[in-house]
Ligand binder design. Structure first.
Ligand code: ZN
Length: 150
């Protein structure tokens, strides 16, 4: 099996059966993200214990890439500290935009590297991450913010 086939299978699987999909109650932060280029909309909710992301969920509607990316993200950051999640965001951003060979340290997130060949889809894959970063910065459910990739 070619690596690209493996990556495609991961994307398809996470799109068909998104992990951590639904509403999180209570949540410490809830942020909505929107990618006008594609029409992807999703809400990311996090529950924190100090600096640790103890739970995370997302919901919304978007293309296969945006849904799979959000699903993979929730798996990747649950249990991580806020600082570690931000570091991971930088690595994923490099994965999506550079030719940097980061695949090994990113595990399943490496499946998103195929998006590099389709610049118009990069925002589909990065939307959930921008939304997460905003949620980690706000952490206040009373001030739910909105994020746009524009
Ligand atoms: Zn999209």
């Amino acid at each position: 099996m070619e690596l690209n086939d493996l990556y495609r299978d991961v994307i398809l699987d996470h799109n068909r059966r998104p992990r951590n999909f639904g509403v999180l109650t209570p949540a410490d932060a809830s942020v909505e993200g929107y990618n006008p280029l594609c029409g992807d909309r999703l809400t990311v909710q996090v529950r924190m214990a100090g600096e640790e992301i103890v739970d995370i969920r997302f919901e919304g509607q978007g293309c296969a890439i945006s849904t799979a990316s959000a699903s993979l993200m929730t798996e990747a950051v649950k249990g991580k500290t806020r600082a570690d999640a931000l570091v991971l965001f930088d690595k994923v951003h490099s994965l999506l935009t550079d030719d940097a060979a980061l695949g090994d340290e990113l595990g399943k997130l490496a499946a998103l590297s195929g998006v590099r060949e389709f610049p118009a889809r990069v925002k589909c894959a990065s939307l959930c991450w921008h939304t997460l970063v905003s949620a980690l910065k706000s952490r206040d459910p009373q001030h739910a913010a909105a994020v746009s990739t524009e």
